[in-house]
Design a binder for this molecule. Structure first.
Ligand SMILES: Cc1cc2nc3c(=O)[nH]c(=O)nc-3n(C[C@H](O)[C@H](O)[C@H](O)COP(=O)(O)OP(=O)(O)OC[C@H]3O[C@@H](n4cnc5c(N)ncnc54)[C@H](O)[C@@H]3O)c2cc1C
Length: 324
């Protein structure tokens, strides 16, 4: 039987941003809930090692996720796991209604969306098996593991060109594999990439598979030329996939301001164009997406949500009505 729950703050997603928001909401004694479709951790659960979170020069992603969850729970964060949010809408009475796929509804005056995003996958054999063991979707996170290695980047947009260039700080050689014979990336990024002697493009080619070295790490990429159909093996210990990243914003009903890629635009308080709806972490339009930025956003968003609630209550008290 579907139920309706009332909260002051509903937080959608228990990645680093959602767990941090839960912790701040718990400390502020807000009646908040963190809704998560899977387990707490978000992308940290797909990250082998984190070396750039202050205070931890080397920690497993899963271990950092557990620490975040324990910390949030200690300060009173309430998690509801296995709750897949399907729709978020603002009702005419000014309250948000967050609907889950089991029919439950969560009604609240504020929502913090921390649903992150999903890197687009190649969908080839070996890709998921070797994710975190040579296959990566984040150069800034994993580049340092490939010092003096020969690696490949796949993609043709700005991210592929920029990250290929970035990865040459570490790698000895970076193949840039693209299915067409020219990149879509901006000219300046292309020029920078092609002037870099460590980068060698491989045109008109797709990656059809990833194979290991027998010890669980990437060793060989299976390539195919799209025009001739010729197959060949490329020796590489890393494959960075930059063929797109989709913010998880499809649940929002109605218009909310976003950039051309669908990331939510916010003001400095993390509030979106919908009053009372805040966004934090990877779902937000911003320069970079890291654990540090996710928790920074979440801190601001939760404190701003608390102030928003107070202003609503103050206004209701002044008007003699009910806060919405
Ligand atoms: C392979 C990889 C390695 C990385 N390595 C590093 C690193 O070393 N250092 C670093 O700082 N950053 C790293 N990052 C980036 C970092 O993981 C992200 O920036 C960070 O996790 C963003 O946190 P978030 O909470 O915004 O989103 P996410 O971590 O994506 O969490 C979002 C959560 O929302 C949940 N969710 C989504 N939609 C719904 C829904 N409809 N209903 C319910 N729940 C939902 C998801 O299940 C998920 O748990 C890495 C990323 C990747 C992909």
């Amino acid at each position: 039987m579907p139920q309706t729950f009332e909260h002051e703050v509903v937080i959608i997603g228990a990645g680093p941003a959602g767990m941090c928001a839960g912790m701040y909401a718990g400390r502020a004694m807000l009646n908040a809930v963190v809704l998560e479709r899977g387990f707490p951790g978000g992308e940290l659960l797909n990250t082998e090692l984190v070396e750039d979170y202050p205070g931890f020069d080397r920690i497993l992603g899963s271990e950092l996720a557990q620490k975040f969850a324990d910390h949030a729970a200690k300060f009173g964060a309430v998690f509801k796991l296995g709750v897949n949010v399907t729709t978020l809408r603002k009702r005419d009475d000014g309250l948000f209604e967050t609907l889950a796929d089991n029919g439950d509804a969560y009604v609240s005056p504020t929502v913090i969306i921390t649903a992150g995003g999903t890197p687009v996958k190649l969908g080839v054999p070996g890709e998921l098996e070797f994710a975190g063991k040579g296959v990566s979707y984040c150069a800034i996170c994993d580049g340092a593991f490939f010092r003096n290695h020969t690696i490949a980047v796949v993609g043709g947009g700005d991210a592929a060109a920029e990250e290929a260039d970035f990865l040459t700080r570490y790698a000895e050689k970076v193949y840039l594999i693209h299915r067409r014979n020219e990149l879509r990336a901006s000219k300046i990024l292309q020029r920078r990439a092609f002037e870099n002697p460590k980068i060698e493009p491989i045109w008109d080619t797709v990656v059809e598979g990833v194979e290991g070295d027998g010890k669980g790490l990437v060793d060989t990429l299976k390539l195919r030329h799209v025009k001739t159909g010729a197959a060949r093996d490329l020796k590489a210990t890393g494959l960075f996939v930059f063929i797109g990243f989709k913010p998880n914003t499809g649940i929002i009903a109605g218009h909310v301001d976003h950039d051309e890629l669908g990331y939510l635009r916010t003001d400095a308080n993390m509030q979106t164009s919908i009053p009372g709806l805040f966004a934090a972490g990877d779902v937000r339009a911003q320069l970079t997406r890291q654990v540090t930025t996710a928790v920074g956003d979440a801190t601001t968003a939760t404190i701003a949500a608390e102030k928003y609630l107070k202003s609503q209550h103050d206004r209701a008290a002044r008007d003699g009505g009910v806060a919405a």
